[in-house]
Ligand binder design. Structure first.
Ligand code: OGA
Ligand code: NI
Length: 355
C-alpha cells in the first residue's frame, strides 16, 4: 500500500504543525459545542452517566439479585450507556490489555504500517485511519487498530500485533472474558423485557455467530483540539460495546439535548447499548449518541470491543413481544449490513443537504 506521511494522524501530529488541515475542522454549527475536555471533565454540575455495580448480578439471594438487575435495566433504558464496576474482569487483565495495546502504538509509524489495512480491497482488519469517504471529506483526529477477537475460530491471528508478545494472549483472554460478561448482560436485558433469559443472546447470533470486534482508538495530541473531534457523533451499530481507556477524558454523551462528559472511573468498563439491541427492544433500550474529544496535552487511547450480530444471517426487527397496538414497531426489518448501509446513506444525504 502506498502511504503518504499525512495519511496517519500520528505523523501529522508529530510534524510540529500549529494549525490542523481543514479536513479535520468541524462545521461551524458543531464548533460551538466543543470545549476543553479537561475543564469539562472537572465540572460537577449536570447529569452524569450511571455507574452500575454488577457484584450481585448472579447473587443467590433473589432480592439482592433483582436490585442489581433492576439498576442495570434502568440505566439501559434511560441512558443506554454506563460505567460498569465489579464486572468480574480482573484489573491485572485489563492492565495487560492496556499495556500491550499502548506498547504496540508506542512503536514507530513505519513499524505499524506493516499492519496497514486496505479498505479498498476489503481488508478491513489492521492499522488504519479514516478515509474521507463522504461528500464533505470530513476527517477525524485518530488512528486505530481493528481486528476480530472472538469467536476464536474466526480470528486471523496472523494480522494481530506480534509485538509486544503478550498482545495476543492478553487480548484473547480479555475477549473471552467479555464474551462471558455479554451473555450475563444480555440475559438481564432479556428478563427486563419479559423475555426468556437466553432470548437476546440467541437473537444476536449466540455463541457461534456473535462477533467481538476489537478497535483500539489512538487519539494523538491535537494542536487545535477545539476545532476537531477524535470520533464524530454517532451511535454504535453493535448489540453491546465495552470500552476501556487510558484514563484520559474524551468521551461525551448526548443526553437530554446536551453533551455530557464522561468522568474517568478507575477499573470501570464503559458499556454501551448499541443499535442492534435498541431495534430488538423496539427502542426500550437506548443506543445513545456519543463522540470523542481530543486535547493538546495527552495522547488518549481507548479499547472498544463491539459485540455484533452476523452481517447477513439475521434480520433485525423489534421482537413481537416488545410491540403492541399502542407501541408499533419503530424500526423496519433490516439485516445488520443493511442497517449500516442505511445509516451511511442517511449521513451522505445530510452532508449533501448542508452543502
Ligand atoms: C467508538 C467510540 C469512544 C471512545 O469507537 O465507537 O465511540 O471513548 N469511541 O474512544
Ligand atoms: Ni462509539
Amino acid at each position: 500500500m502506498v502511504t503518504t506521511m499525512s495519511s496517519r494522524v500520528e505523523s501529522l501530529a508529530s510534524s510540529g504543525i500549529l494549525s490542523i488541515p481543514k479536513e479535520y475542522i468541524r462545521p461551524k454549527e458543531e464548533l460551538t459545542s466543543i470545549g476543553n475536555i479537561f475543564e469539562e471533565e472537572m465540572k460537577e454540575e449536570g447529569p452524569q452517566l450511571p455507574t452500575i455495580d454488577l457484584k450481585d448480578i448472579e447473587s443467590e439471594d433473589k432480592e439482592v439479585r433483582e436490585k442489581c438487575r433492576e439498576a442495570l435495566k434502568k440505566a439501559a433504558m434511560e441512558w443506554g450507556v454506563m460505567h460498569i464496576v465489579n464486572h468480574g474482569i480482573s484489573t491485572e487483565l485489563m492492565d495487560r490489555v492496556r499495556v500491550t495495546g499502548q506498547a504496540f502504538f508506542d512503536q514507530p509509524v513505519e513499524e505499524k504500517e506493516k499492519y496497514a489495512n486496505d479498505q479498498a480491497s476489503g481488508k478491513i482488519q489492521g492499522y488504519g485511519s479514516k478515509l474521507a469517504n463522504n461528500a464533505c471529506g470530513q476527517l477525524e483526529w485518530e488512528d486505530y487498530f481493528f481486528h476480530l477477537a472472538y469467536p476464536e475460530d474466526k480470528r486471523d491471528l496472523s494480522i494481530w500485533p506480534k509485538t509486544p508478545t503478550d498482545y495476543i494472549p492478553a487480548t484473547s483472554e480479555y475477549a473471552k472474558e467479555l464474551r462471558g460478561l455479554a451473555t450475563k448482560i444480555l440475559s438481564v436485558l432479556s428478563l427486563g423485557l419479559g423475555l426468556e433469559e437466553d432470548r437476546l443472546e440467541k437473537e444476536v447470533g449466540g455463541i457461534e455467530e456473535l462477533l467481538l470486534q476489537m478497535k483500539i482508538n489512538y487519539y494523538p495530541k491535537c494542536p487545535q483540539p477545539e476545532l476537531a473531534l477524535g470520533v464524530e457523533a454517532h451511535t454504535d451499530v453493535s448489540a453491546l460495546t465495552f470500552i476501556l481507556h487510558n484514563m484520559v477524558p474524551g468521551l461525551q454523551l448526548f443526553y437530554n439535548d446536551k453533551w455530557v462528559t464522561a468522568k474517568c472511573v478507575p477499573n470501570s468498563i464503559v458499556m454501551h447499548i448499541g443499535d442492534t439491541i435498541e431495534i430488538l427492544s423496539n427502542g426500550k433500550y437506548k443506543s445513545i449518541l456519543h463522540r470523542g474529544l481530543v486535547n493538546k496535552e495527552r495522547v488518549r487511547i481507548s479499547w472498544a470491543v463491539f459485540c455484533e450480530p452476523p452481517k447477513e444471517k439475521i434480520i433485525l426487527k423489534p421482537l413481537s413481544e416488545t410491540t403492541s397496538e399502542a407501541e408499533p414497531p419503530l424500526f423496519p426489518p433490516r439485516t445488520f449490513s443493511q442497517h449500516i448501509e442505511h445509516k451511511l446513506f442517511r449521513r451522505c444525504q445530510e452532508a449533501l443537504e448542508k452543502k
